[in-house]
Design a protein around this ligand. Structure first.
Ligand code: HEM
Length: 471
């Protein structure tokens, strides 16, 4: 039974709630169909738990920005919270621990003059490995999956630990396998059962094995704890070289001040930044290169702008983006189309609140349908087509419409937005400057359909690479 004045929604079944209304392999179409029936604010039951789906730029901004505090919580007591042992900034509920850690992470990443190397240098250094790899493979057909995953995970590793890892080495293999295990369980039926029926958690049924996802972290801990211990041993206090050093400095500074900073939190903090910062970037790149290869006129126009702006320069910086409106528009159009986190990370109400004429009790799950804003009619010149004109005005200047909510908005807005924007720009410009990316002749028609998951991604594809003439 819906509470009084709760947003409307489809009839919920006993036990199942509205799960029968949503296809597990891709609920986005169902969510859109329900929006057409019930409007931009409607409710669903996930098992016994009430959730409100918010769609469209106006309603999303109203919830995430205007009523930011009311909507800044995260659902608790769910499978994922148990997996991360109630720690880590991404799933932390609204409160002092989340606030302190978020503020710390933002300041640390902003001041990333950590040690001798700036964030920009770290990213450009990592890109060089990809350039070397592509140079060795010019004229060949290759699968870009591993390459893009490697670049994105190494950028985060460099920021967190000051180290990069070979993709087929033991660190990456173990970490990637562990994340895959957790992802499979999260997307599977066991997580749903776990969240829907508390009593199931304690039953000695075969699936209880799946609930022991914490076990997965034991493998990951075996990898990360020694790295943290090395930092403890080798760091020079007050001269941090990376994120872990900064956290250890902060721990020392705070002593026993009763704050939420503690060694256990450091591990999960690293893991949540790693988890949030790898697939998001690699999947964006995969979508981007799919379009750049299959729409060569767009790739060539980027290259022309890059050549003009960087003429005679060996090195370039993130600052150069201000002179590259077309490249900026293409990167944003890639992000809009890639629709990387379509339903955001779920929020929760932090108090009983009134929203667009409805009453929503404290603790209700909020599903921000970011996807709806990214292709909302009336907000974009070409909502349903890949077209960089969506981000250019009549004078050819770069503009960012309000409906660009790829990073969400408000107090929970993506904490890595600055890093992500810098990475995407530096990677795209470096690679397009040096190489031409070609859709292989035998690859058939491109398939633009994205696979649904916590992060959306392309179906596997191959690319062919050629060196461009020296610029
Ligand atoms: C194209 C790349 C990326 C996209 C599209 C993206 C998108 C998002 C979205 C939609 C959220 C949820 C915001 C909300 O709950 O309202 C989020 C949260 C978050 N992202 Fe990103 N992200 C990207 C890259 C990164 C990177 C590189 C990092 C860091 C290394 C990062 C770290 C985080 C963290 C820590 C949160 C949780 C923030 C909080 O709960 O306070 N993200 N991101």
């Amino acid at each position: 039974r819906r509470p009084k004045n709760f947003p409307p929604g489809p009839t919920a079944l006993p036990f199942l709630g509205n799960m029968h209304n949503l296809s597990p392999s891709n609920p986005l179409n169902d969510i859109e169909k329900l929006r057409r029936v019930y409007g931009n604010v409607y409710s669903l039951y996930m098992g016994h738990r009430a959730a409100v789906v918010i769609s469209g730029t106006k309603a999303l901004k109203e919830a995430l920005v205007s009523k930011s505090v009311d909507f800044a919580g995260r659902p608790q007591d769910m499978f994922m919270n148990d997996v991360v042992e109630q720690r880590g900034v991404v799933l932390a509920d609204y409160g002092p621990a989340w606030k302190e850690h978020r503020r710390f992470a933002l300041t640390t990443m902003r001041n990333f003059g950590m040690g001798k190397q700036s964030m920009e240098d770290r990213i450009l250094g990592e890109i060089q490995y990809t350039i070397d790899f592509l140079e060795k493979n010019t004229g060949k057909t290759l699968s870009p999956n591993v390459m893009f995953h490697s670049i994105s995970s190494n950028v985060v590793s460099l920021v967190l630990f000051g180290m990069r890892y070979e993709h087929d080495g033991p660190f990456m293999t173990k970490l990637v396998n562990s994340f895959d295990d957790v992802n499979k369980t999260i997307n599977g039926p066991w997580a749903f059962l776990y969240d829907s029926f508390h009593w199931v958690r304690y039953l000695p049924l075969p699936f209880t094995k799946a609930f022991k996802a914490r076990q997965v972290w034991i493998t990951v801990k075996d990898i990360i704890i020694p790295i943290i211990n090395e930092h403890k041993k080798n760091r020079v206090p007050g001269e941090p070289q990376d994120f872990v050093d900064c956290y250890l400095d902060e721990l020392e500074k705070r002593g026993d001040d009763g704050s939420s900073f503690c060694p256990e939190e450091l591990f999960m903090f690293c893991l949540s930044l790693y988890g949030a910062g790898t697939d998001t970037i690699s999947s964006t790149l995969l979508t981007g290169f799919l379009y750049l290869m299959t729409k060569p006129h767009i790739q060539e126009r980027c290259q022309k702008e890059i050549d003009q702006v960087l003429e005679g320069k060996d090195v370039f910086t993130f600052e150069d983006r201000h002179n590259m409106p077309y490249v900026q528009a293409v990167i944003h159009e890639i992000q809009r189309t890639a629709n990387i986190v379509p339903l955001s990370v779920f929020h929760a109400t932090t108090k009983d609140t009134q929203f667009m004429g409805y009453s929503i009790p404290k603790g209700t799950i909020i599903i921000p349908n970011l996807s709806s804003a990214l292709s909302e009619e009336g907000q974009w010149k070409f909502p349903h087509e890949f077209n960089p004109e969506n981000f250019l005005n009549d004078k050819g200047e770069f503009v960012k419409p309000d409906a660009f909510l790829a990073f969400s908005a408000g107090s929970r807005v993506c904490l890595g937005e600055g890093l992500a924007r810098m990475e995407l720009f530096l990677i795209l410009v470096s690679l397009l400057r040096r190489f031409r990316f070609i859709w292989p002749e035998d690859a058939g028609e491109p398939d633009y359909e994205l696979l649904f998951g916590i992060t959306m991604t392309t179906k596997p594809y191959n690319m062919k690479v050629e060196l461009r003439a020296a610029q």
